[in-house]
Design a protein around this ligand. Structure first.
Ligand SMILES: [Zn+2]
Length: 161
């Protein structure tokens, strides 16, 4: 049985579209949020879609600050991050009705972090039988339209966050 939760591969693809800029740093310019698949920017946390997800609905939750480790986070940031992970799960549940989730954190390159200098949680919805789907699809980079469609579906749900 193939194991879907292969975070090193996820991270490779997450980092694959970078052009030198940190994909997790939201910056002050909101005009490229759609292009960057950013769903939410709060005072402390940012939520975006993985541009090359292992499965549709794969979200990333990061602190707004560019920090690489858990101990660099303030207590307020830690609370906000977990709160946003919870909301991401709730919104995905409402929008996509998955049967479960994998929520994970890769610390350091050897643990699979593709962008190791800006800490981030993966929130990956799971459906019964999705490993078969992934096996069939093989290279999930073929579904960018699905990502855009999912982005448009999820974005309004994050307005109330
Ligand atoms: Zn950053």
């Amino acid at each position: 049985m193939e194991i879907l939760w292969a975070p090193w591969r996820m991270e490779y693809v997450a980092a694959g579209n970078e052009e030198g800029e940190c994909i997790f740093c939201p910056g002050n310019d909101r005009s490229h949020d759609e292009e960057r698949l950013i769903l939410y920017v709060g005072g402390r946390s940012v939520i975006l879609m993985n541009r090359f997800p292992y499965i549709n609905g794969h979200l990333l939750v990061a602190p707004v600050r560019h920090v690489s480790s858990l101990d660099a986070l303030t207590d307020g940031e830690k609370l906000d991050l977990i709160t946003m992970v919870e909301r991401a799960v709730r919104i995905l549940t409402k929008a996509m009705n998955p049967g479960g989730f994998n929520v994970g954190l890769n610390l350091g390159r050897i643990a699979g972090a593709g962008v190791e200098d800006h800490i981030h949680f993966h929130v990956v919805p799971r459906w019964s039988g999705d490993t078969n789907y992934i096996t069939v699809i093989g290279d999930v980079r073929v579904i960018p339209e699905h990502i855009r469609a999912t982005y448009k579906k999820l974005l309004p749900l994050f307005h109330d966050v």
